[in-house]
Design a binder for this molecule. Sequence first.
Ligand code: PRP
Length: 182
Amino acid sequence: MSELDADIDDVVVSAEQIQAKTAELAKQIDADYGDREPLLVGVLKGAVMFMSDLARVLERPSTMEFMAVSSYGSATTSSGVVRILKDLDRDIAGQHVLIVEDIIDSGLTLSWLLKNLAARQPASIEVVALLRKPEAVKVHVPVKYVGFEIPNEFVVGYGLDYAERYRDLPYIGRLKPEVYTS
Ligand code: PRP
């Protein structure tokens, strides 16, 4: 048991479930892309774990870029404010962009990101998200690949943080309320 496990009430998505779902999503992506090489655009920092696991199970070669945007601060709900902390390192014109997200919560980050990246003239643009919360439905962002629909509760692990911690947990779990209320 890691020190962090003690702060978790229960497991929402296990490491095994994440692994199986990632393989399933990769299979779909491989089939859909055919001979097109996806350019994975990971949204830091949360997507790091999912992006690295996904890239390794994709049979198709892919390339990687990262972008960092801020929407949350360290609070547990979305503020709706999006700003670029780190932009892509290269031009994506003509590329088959696949945005890789750990979670879609309010959908605001993704909605903004899709507009921003689409303006750079990629050949195509799609989204793969490991987790999606019910609120995201309201924003109507087209997400081609979704791993798990999860309830509207605050979760951490596998990239998701609370005050920058818990990203290194291998599963997604519900944090004990006393951890963020104390
Ligand atoms: C999280 C997550 C998404 C975004 C989703 O990132 O990784 O990018 O929030 O929220 P939304 O759908 O309500 O816009 P966060 O801003 O917490 O940064 P982090 O990945 O560095 O923790």
